[in-house]
Design a protein around this ligand. Structure first.
Ligand code: SAM
Length: 446
């Protein structure tokens, strides 16, 4: 989604690399502007504005170095919320959560979404700061005014008392936005006990958008944060970022294997002990590439093939190879000259496609391979849904027959000879209904 430009003012800790990789993986078309914040603080905070205003993107997302997006869909939902509710600036209030007790009208810029057009007339090049009493005073006379609370509405729970101060120098940016009569709206600051972090959510019950750690400057120190040492929080975070489960990675990329059907936990059970091997992996059915990217990340040493009726070569990379294939055509399937450790059929899901693909592709499995026939619930739908005649050619029944070893119908797209040939190649089969209407199967090859 090139509609977003990301901006980070950084101290160049190693966390910037983690953050940048996530942004690149999730928003490959977006620019990530990185500004050196190591010197000339607080003026250096304002340097991102001149860079971001040159962007062609519609939105900017300002994130601190210690913010890690975990859910792409929630970021997109934020943008949709901005559009539908005519919001100009969205983020967490700088009060009402575990770590901040400052101005409630102010947005903490650890995760802040705004519109690039609003940056275009700003000029902070001459701003200077002085610390007076308990607040910053700036040379542009931008400070909190009572008017800014007019229309202030905080719809989430409040965890702390507030004071209407000018604590952060970057508040000057926010007060300028208020002078421009722009509309602020506030995300819910969810306290995540795993990392003692603040994870913004659109609403209390929605998913986390990302993880905000706080105290990056002292990330490897023993300072106590919410009862534990700061370094131990960051060690937990690093473990999490490096060993995310398949379900978590799938969620990040928003494949329906994770978000809707919850098949990923099942697949994790079969793949976790071989995931670091050099597997030859094929998924049939690519759509926008969510699952291919999930596999690429989850299987760090594997070669990931993706096949689809349509050209998906935009996904090709060192470890991802896509090709065009119609899984209804014998010739297309037969001509594949590769042996696979894992095949997953998440293509068109018709009875014909599933059965024909299994019939031919099982010949291309390596010994001890795993063949995953996904979305078997299409076998439970009536013919009018377009998956074929499920009364006679039901793939779920065929898989159950292969599990018991008894062919119960002559109407499948697989005849008795082929049924027995497939049977002879199978060690065992498991069928999983992860929730009502979500069925997948695991076929382990001898
Ligand atoms: C359910 S989507 C795949 C979703 C993807 N695996 C994921 O989890 O993000 C199904 C894909 O199958 C492809 N498809 C449909 N009919 C096909 C056929 N006959 N041969 C090959 N691919 C087909 C569609 O183009 C579509 O991209």
């Amino acid at each position: 989604m090139s509609d977003i430009v990301f901006v980070t003012t950084t101290l160049y800790t190693k966390w910037l690399d983690y953050q940048s990789k996530i942004i690149k993986d999730l928003f490959p078309d977006s620019e990530h502007i990185i500004v050196d914040g190591r010197s000339s603080w607080p003026n250096s905070w304002f340097n991102w504005i001149d860079l971001a205003k040159k962007s062609n993107s519609k939105y900017y997302i300002h994130i601190d170095e210690d913010f890690f997006i975990t859910n792409k869909d929630e970021v997109i939902r934020c943008i949709e919320k901005i559009e539908s509710e005519d919001i100009d600036l969205l983020g967490c209030s700088d009060v009402y959560h575990q770590y901040r007790q400052h101005n409630p009208v102010a947005i903490n810029t650890f995760f802040m979404i705004g519109k690039v057009e609003h940056l275009r007339d700003l000029d902070f090049s001459d701003i200077r700061f002085q610390w007076v009493g308990d607040s910053y005073v700036n040379s542009m006379n931008l400070h909190y005014k009572e008017d800014y609370s007019n229309g202030f509405e905080y719809k989430h729970e409040r965890f702390a008392d507030c004071k209407y101060d000018n604590f952060e120098p970057y508040y000057a940016f926010l007060w300028k936005m208020k002078e421009m009569e722009l509309k602020f709206d506030y995300l819910y600051p969810h306290f995540d006990n795993r990392f003692k972090s603040t994870n913004p959510r659109i609403d209390k019950d929605s998913e986390d958008i990302g993880i905000h750690m706080w105290y990056t400057r002292n990330w490897n120190s023993d300072m106590i944060v919410s009862g534990v040492s700061n370094i131990s929080r960051y060690i937990e975070l690093e473990k999490y970022l490096n060993t995310m489960s398949l379900q978590e990675i799938g969620y990040k990329y928003q494949t329906d294997k994770a978000t809707h059907h919850r098949f990923c936990d099942v697949y994790d059970r079969y793949l976790s002990n071989i995931k670091n091997e050099k597997l030859v992996f094929l998924e049939i059915g690519i759509l926008n590439g969510s699952s291919i990217k999930m596999w690429e990340e989850y299987l760090p040493n594997s070669l990931i093939y993706g096949a689809d009726l349509y050209d998906k070569s935009f996904l090709n990379s060192e470890r991802i190879k896509t090709f065009i294939l119609n899984q209804e055509k014998d010739d297309d399937l037969n001509k594949i000259d590769i042996k696979f450790d894992v095949i997953i059929d998440d293509g068109g899901h018709t009875m014909l496609q599933q059965q024909k693909t299994l019939n031919i592709m099982i010949n291309k499995m390596k010994s001890n391979g795993i063949y995953i026939l996904e979305d078997l619930h299409t076998s439970l739908l009536e013919e009018k849904h377009g998956y074929g005649n499920t009364k006679t050619n039901n793939t779920l029944n065929l898989i159950k027959d292969l599990k018991t070893g008894n062919l119960s119908s002559n109407d499948y797209f697989i005849n008795e000879y082929d049924f027995n040939r497939i049977l002879s190649k199978i060690k065992y089969i498991e069928i999983y209904e992860t929730k009502p209407g979500s069925i997948t199967s695991i076929i382990i090859i001898k």
